[in-house]
Write a protein that binds this ligand. Structure first.
Ligand code: FE2
Length: 314
């Protein structure tokens, strides 16, 4: 099993850890990844005094956390909650400036996720209190407009539930490649997964989107994963190796999920990540309207680029 020259050009760089023919680079990357992968979510926690004014130590800690597992949990003082402007400035200091303009994103790019009772938004699971299956954000985006990073900031936690499991897609890639590289090859095929069109609303039509699960960013060779564990209406490429790969992936994501971390964000905490796999537990809000779960979410087309030099400003 190997990619032809033209396929290698189509699917990504001709060398490097994510090229199926470059075993040496993959082995080096794999050893490094396993040596540094966190043992506990607490290793990924980074206290931040002011989101819009990171110092070099905070930038360094964020860089290290994202380098280990493609996500960090930042913690701000709940007594001084940031506004959306501070959150935007935080993203900018991490190189995140190109917002994904999805269906419900407001013009300024940051969506407020809460349980909605209105007819339109309550059709979308993020705006309900229901559990969400494993996915990466923007799995209905084309590869050209991939969501490469996400910030989720907790303004108010739920009275009960609403926690997230997080899993670095690079660990999923590794698990699949170690078992059968043909699984990876199948999931890199540009025709492997089709998300059906969205016909929920007359003004919000989205055509069907077909693309790979794993792809490499042509700009820097980094791995991107596009996936949803949702099964309704998802169309997979109809061949045996794809079926086996999808089944293997579903098995990997069946609890207990190896290499995954659980976090239940508290007020002032947030996740900043290179769009890692995540799910969400169902939650219950308190009866008091002031105590209802509220998360701000920003999606970007940029990958996190953290410099520890002190001259990066918002
Ligand atoms: Fe999500």
């Amino acid at each position: 099993m190997s990619l032809t020259h033209s396929q290698a050009l189509e699917f990504g760089p001709e060398s490097g850890p994510f090229n199926l023919d470059d075993e040496a680079a993959y082995s080096r990357w794999r050893a490094h990844k396993l040596r540094h992968y966190p043992h506990s979510v607490n290793q990924q926690r980074v206290p931040i005094a002011a989101l819009d004014r990171l110092d070099s130590a905070q930038r360094g800690n964020l860089a290290e956390a994202c380098g280990r597992a493609n996500f960090a949990i930042y913690q701000t003082d709940p007594a001084t909650p940031p506004g959306m402007e501070q959150l935007r400035a935080f993203g900018k200091q991490l190189g995140l400036v190109h917002f994904d303009r999805h269906l419900w994103a407001p013009p300024d790019g940051i969506a407020a996720l809460r349980r909605e009772t209105g007819a339109a938004r309550s059709s979308y699971i993020p705006y309900t209190d229901r559990a969400m299956q494993w996915h990466t954000d923007g799995y209905y985006n084309t590869t050209d407009s991939a969501v490469r990073s996400v910030i989720m900031h907790c303004v108010t936690p739920a009275a009960e539930g609403g926690g997230n499991w997080l899993l670095d897609p690079e660990m999923v890639y590794m698990a699949m490649r170690d078992v059968n590289p043909a699984f990876v090859e199948a999931l890199m095929h540009p025709g492997v997964m089709t998300i059906p069109e969205n016909t929920l609303e007359p003004g919000a039509h989205r055509p069907a989107v077909t693309g790979p699960v794993f792809s490499l960013n042509p700009a820097d060779g980094t791995l991107h994963m596009r996936y949803t564990a949702r099964t309704r209406s998802i169309r997979w490429k109809d061949d045996a190796v794809t079926r086996d790969a999808v089944a293997f992936l579903a098995e990997l994501l069946t609890p207990p999920v190896s290499s995954a971390f659980y976090v239940c964000l508290q007020a002032g905490e947030g996740i900043v990540c290179n769009n890692v796999l995540h799910n969400r537990a169902a939650f219950h809000d308190a009866a008091d309207a002031e105590q209802q779960r509220l998360l701000w979410r920003a999606r970007y087309h940029d990958r996190i680029a953290v410099s520890s030099s002190p001259d990066v400003t918002a």
